[in-house]
Design a protein around this ligand. Sequence first.
Ligand code: F6P
Length: 358
Amino acid sequence: MAQKLVGILTAGGDCPGLNAAIRAVGKAAYASGMEVVGFLDGFRGLVENRTVHLDMNRLSGILTLGGTILGTSRDKPHRMPVGGMGTMDMTPLAVDNYQRLRLDALVCLGGAGTQKNAYRLTKSGLNILTLPKTIDNDVVETDVTFGFDTALMIAGEAIDRLHTTADSHQRVIVVEIMGHHAGWLALGAGIAGGADVILIPEIPYNIDVVAEAVLRRSRQGKRFSIVAVAEGALTPEEAAAGESANDDASSPFGPTVSTRLARQLQERTGLETRVTALGHLQRGGTPTPADRLLATRLGTRCVELIAEGRSNIMVAVRGNQTKPVPLSKVAGEIKRVDPDHPWVQSARLVGTCFGDSR
Ligand code: F6P
């Protein structure tokens, strides 16, 4: 039987653990007698046929490396910007390149957007398997995504550091945390870092409730307050209108949500307030051991599934197991925080304010 050829690409925002996953797919593929080719810069590399041969040498020494050795982009095959001419549907080119290389399967490492784009390609006949990665942890059908644990550690440590300076200066510090339209990262880091207020998109906040929580702490003699705000946090009015102050929650030029919040809090409480937006720091650097482990489990399982001839699936994690899930169940969906999620309940029980009236 002919040796199988597997393509691999990383798409969407990068995150720690991508290289660990590339290594896992690559090494397991070679161990199973397959060859591996990487596409550069996400789906754009597939469309433009820019490839790199991933031999064992190239797969070595990347387990602990942040970012992605393949590069990434947010380009979608069906709506790709083409040299100043607007966007074009480049799906036929992606299909041509896949066929000309005689790929048996294409592995796409990505978040919620990538799952959708990958599913679209399956409709053109490509055999696709995906792995769930993103610091946002917003991919459905999987317990967790790789990249999340590292970002949680970075944001949690940042909140620890903000505590000491807030205390020294008797300040309120608003710390803006990524997560797009989901509050997982702000919620997890806020709880782990002991934030006094946590604001997430899934629980719209009232500024007067937040100000009162901060003032209450001040009256109790607490010298500072830490407000952890998700970049997609919004007021009930914004929730009704369907948009947050950060437009699509990823405004590239500034922390709109947190600066507005800080200004309003200082006006209402009279307490000196500062803003720290963690931004892309949360996506950079060395993956945690938990993310390396998860990426390795998912990547190697993916190759087992390719060997079994499976495709059009995402490899998910459920407890101690890894499990194939039909891409059709994942594409176009976003996993958001249930306002009654146990993490929220725990936070409320230790006195955290969510800016609502509960
Ligand atoms: O999806 C990961 C993420 O970091 C989001 O949390 C954030 O909203 C977005 O990407 C930022 O995108 P970019 O890197 O394109 O500015």
